[in-house]
Design a protein around this ligand. Structure first.
Ligand code: DOR
Length: 428
């Protein structure tokens, strides 16, 4: 296998207490050396001056629609979008057709992804059969097949009783239950955040309390069972504060936020229409501020994209009724995070790298997110100052549903290395 010498970059790996001008030698899929001024031969030398050399980014929340939704994305196009965003590993959600609720389906996803040779794939399996909220899946068999977490994403774990059983089973296997928090009796037929924008557009609103009530329920069950709970795409100030308080009490809870929720408010629906329709919905300015504060103070564990592709003909349906919820996010994530969080002075580069690598890797229990001699050579090289404009039509995802089309960012992935192979490069 090819050897790569990465020279002149700022090597930054919080988990390894590494931050300095160092070179990295990769051989046979493994990191061989990390030291200043490395010489010697390599099949390829990457000039990383002006770049950060970080552990491969891990996105624990994506939808690749295969099987059943290939009109919107496939494993191949989704994984291509992932590596273009600097992601070396992703976790796919089980809300495909059929739902990933049996071991053979988990294995098929892993095998297909492996054959594509792009990013690593760690499937999330369903909590309940067909995600219907009635009977628990065979959690142990799914973990043995390679499931990294359990979720009925797209909808919440239906009842406290089911969540209790899921947390008890997964607790003993060391994997989390990842919940999409929403109370359908409150969100009902709502389509965007409840508030002035919904009123103006004459569509039904989804109150923040829909998420808050479910987060409260989930925290009670995590505390009662000692199971490991992960809150997905957290979007409200109150939910964030409940997670903050629960962590102080020692509850085993983690949470993720998406780039769209730390960047946009529901006002984005006025300009971007269905391309800003997402569940949970884009919220108020006060919620965005609270989420940013939660990122800064460490309450938020990870940035995850909730990359949710929907083909143009689906997003062309009416906002108030049939248009599906979701936005794509893999290719814009590092640009948004650097522009909105680091260049604004909210958090350090060090902190951002943790949110994109070691922290999410820990949530799905994978030994990734580090730069260690002898460890897997999953490396993301990014230029934190590269200015570029995102044109969704040029994206690698099969879908175009982004509210960030035409936006200029400062910062981008410039090379993505998975298991010692360069799988993406941009001007490098
Ligand atoms: O906006 C969303 N889209 N939220 C979800 O929970 C599911 C996702 C999807 O599958 O499109």
């Amino acid at each position: 296998m090819a050897s790569i010498l990465i020279k002149g970059g700022r090597v930054l790996s919080p988990e390894d207490q590494l931050d300095g001008e160092l070179d990295v030698r990769v051989e046979d899929g493994v990191i061989r050396e990390i030291a200043p001024n490395l010489g010697g031969a390599a099949d390829e030398t990457l000039d990383a001056r002006g770049n950060v050399v970080a552990p491969g980014f891990v996105d624990i929340h994506v939808h690749f629609r295969e099987p059943g939704g290939e009109i919107s994305e496939t494993l191949e196009t989704g994984l291509a979008a992932a590596v273009a965003g600097g992601f070396t590993a992703v976790s796919t959600m089980p809300n495909t057709k059929p739902v990933i609720d049996r071991p053979e389906l988990v294995r098929a996803q892993i095998e297909k992804a492996r054959s594509l040779g792009l990013a690593r794939l760690f499937p999330v399996a369903a909590v309940s059969m067909a995600s219907q909220g009635e009977s628990l899946t065979d959690v142990a068999a799914l973990v043995a097949a390679g499931a990294a977490a359990f979720s009925d994403d797209g909808r919440p774990v239906k009842t406290a009783g089911l969540l209790r059983r899921a947390l008890e089973r997964t607790r003993d296997l060391g994997v989390p239950v990842s919940d999409h928090c929403e109370d359908p009796s409150l969100s009902g037929a709502g389509v965007i955040n409840e508030g002035p924008v919904a009123v103006k557009l004459g569509v039904r609103g989804i109150p923040g309390s829909s998420e808050d009530v479910c987060v409260a329920r989930d925290l009670v069950m995590a505390e009662a069972t000692g199971g490991r709970l992960h809150i997905m795409h957290l979007s409200t100030a109150r939910a964030l504060d409940m997670v903050r308080q629960a962590k102080r009490r020692g509850v085993r809870v983690t949470c993720e936020v998406t780039p769209h929720h730390f960047t946009l408010t529901d006002e984005a629906v006025l300009t971007h229409g269905t391309n800003a329709k997402v569940n949970p919905p884009l919220r108020s300015a006060a919620d965005v501020e609270a989420i940013r504060a939660g990122i800064a103070d460490g309450t938020v564990d990870a940035i995850a994209t909730d990359h949710a592709p929907h083909a143009p003909e689906l997003k062309a349906k009416p906002l108030g009724t049939e248009a599906p919820s979701g936005v794509i996010g893999l290719e814009t994530a590092p640009g948004l995070a650097l522009t909105e969080l680091v260049h604004t002075g909210l958090i350090s580069l060090w902190h951002l790298v943790s949110l994109l690598s070691a922290n999410p890797a820990r949530i799905i229990g994978q030994p990734l997110g580090r730069l260690q001699v002898g460890g897997a050579a999953d490396v993301t090289i990014f230029n934190p100052d590269l200015e570029w404009t995102y044109h969704v039509a040029e994206g690698r995802s099969k879908s175009r549903n982004s509210p960030f089309d035409g936006r200029t960012f400062r910062g981008a992935a410039t090379a993505t290395i998975v298991a010692g192979r360069i799988v993406y490069r941009r001007g490098m």
